[in-house]
Design a protein around this ligand. Sequence first.
Ligand code: TMP
Length: 204
Amino acid sequence: MRGKFITFEGIDGAGKSSHVEWLAELLRQKGLVVRVTREPGGTELGEKLRELLLHSSMHLETETLLMFAARREHLAKVIEPALARGEWVVCDRFSDATYAYQGGGRGLDRAKFQQLEHWVHGHLQPDLTLLFDLPLDVARERIVLASRVLDRFEQERADFHERVRQAYLERAHSAPSRMRVIDAQQSIEDIRKLLEKIVSSICL
Ligand code: TMP
């Protein structure tokens, strides 16, 4: 049987990444084989593209094409083979991030996003997307507290991140059966209870 594909999304500082490994472990305890991965990245080439995308300045369309190039490689080498083997794939970000960051944040023409999405993975969408949502000021505070070198996206101004947040919410609204919005201001325990409930009801 084909495995399930679960993605995590949210603005920078939403805290999603700390739940990715936890969810994978929960699924493993249920006897599933789980592959954890991320975008941009997830393959040797994809990780090289990630370095460029996070730290080198480039034209918006170049940025978008590189995101989708890394994704094509990731799908071909990692995601599609794992799903075909019956493994579950838990991925930290996928195409909803391109919709939100390059589309909402930077203003990429939506028709161009749709063309690329259709070309790269028209036949495949996540079975479930968990969107971690929280007010911008709380997310910014978390990033500042992490006190590390910020990447190109984290360095963007508040209005960019607000547009990213709104684009994510709009996307979730248009795909309610696939995307679940998680209030990321809840305690870690409450978030984990909710994740377990959502994943069990949808995927197990
Ligand atoms: P991360 O910090 O969650 O690993 O993600 C890296 C950054 O890349 C994050 O700021 C969002 C950005 N990004 C895009 O702009 N478009 C995309 O398609 C993806 C996957 C990530």
